[in-house]
Ligand binder design. Structure first.
Ligand code: NAP
Length: 256
């Protein structure tokens, strides 16, 4: 219950899905947490609900594709809670689901702006605080599709491959300063993102859900907490020798 006692974390896309679960589990483990999202109603309500339980938590409006908003939110978390030890780069969108030759430049750029540039901006503005704190942990949400391909959503898969290598590069750049950088690679996790993505397949929702579940050797999709516990581990000092690594949490999807 105190694996993150004394740590301060920020989570992008923290209002829903995997981000929300990461916020909740990190708070329960003793961290103070800044929720960064652009869903103000959901983010404010979550911060209020968790504050009422006695947790140290607050909400900041932050579109990760806007550098000035990223800087203001991250500086705000560090000012409010005294420092920043952990940055969870979780915000992401699935984007256009069509073959590459049909994807427009605008659709391509939209996904990269959030999934890739967002991770860059948050890393850029978290690092000075981590240097000041004498170390830290950056946790980047990639995907199974940062490891293997699939015949759909080309902008998304490209973005998650980029996040995987950005994590390794930054792990090497900042290792000597005690700043660890790792990527997490979830299989399908039942969240609003996956629910919306399955709607783009044009299949019957229940058929699409069952077909997606069947892609995992365990026979079902994961739940947000399956990923949140990985976040807690990488945020904690239990993982102090782990940097530049890929934590795959995918029900066996990439095992074959
Ligand atoms: P989600 O349910 O859609 O939640 C993501 C959150 O990020 C939402 O609150 C979303 O708001 C927010 N967001 C989107 N764009 C943003 C922006 N520009 N700035 C700030 N916040 C923004 O997604 P999830 O399934 O929890 O996924 C979280 C991360 O895990 C993503 O990076 C995703 O690619 C990765 N991942 C998920 C799965 C999965 O199966 N769920 C698998 C592999 C990897 P909106 O709802 O308005 O977009």
């Amino acid at each position: 219950m105190a694996r993150l006692e004394g740590k301060v974390a920020a989570v992008t896309g923290g209002a829903l899905g995997i981000g929300r679960a990461a916020v909740e589990r990190m708070l329960e483990e003793g961290a103070a947490v800044g929720i960064l999202d652009f869903l103000d109603k959901e983010g404010e309500a979550l911060a209020k609900e968790l504050s009422a339980k006695g947790h140290r938590v607050a909400y900041w409006h932050c579109d990760v594709s806007d550098e000035s908003q990223v800087k203001a939110a991250i500086d705000g978390v560090a000012e409010r809670f005294g420092k920043l030890d952990v940055m969870v780069n979780n915000a992401g969108i699935s984007g256009a689901n069509k073959p590459t030759h049909e994807v427009t430049e605008e659709e391509w750029d939209k996904v990269q702006a959030v999934n890739v540039k967002g991770v860059f901006f948050c890393t850029k503005h978290a690092i000075p605080h981590m240097k000041k704190a004498g170390g830290g942990s950056l946790i980047n949400l990639s995907s199974i599709y940062g490891l293997v391909g699939a015949p759909d959503a080309p902008p998304y898969h490209a973005s998650k491959g980029a996040v995987r290598l950005m994590s390794k590069t930054d792990a090497m750049i900042y290792a000597k300063e005690g700043i660890r950088v790792n990527s997490i690679h979830p299989g399908f996790i039942w969240t609003p993102m996956v629910e919306n993505h399955l709607k783009t397949t044009g299949m019957d929702p229940e058929v699409a859900k069952a077909a997606t579940a069947a892609l995992h050797p365990v026979g079902h999709m994961g739940e947000p907490d399956d990923i949140a516990w990985g976040v807690v581990y990488l945020a904690s000092d239990e993982s102090k020798f782990i940097t530049g690594s890929e934590l795959v949490i995918d029900g066996g999807y990439t095992a074959h």
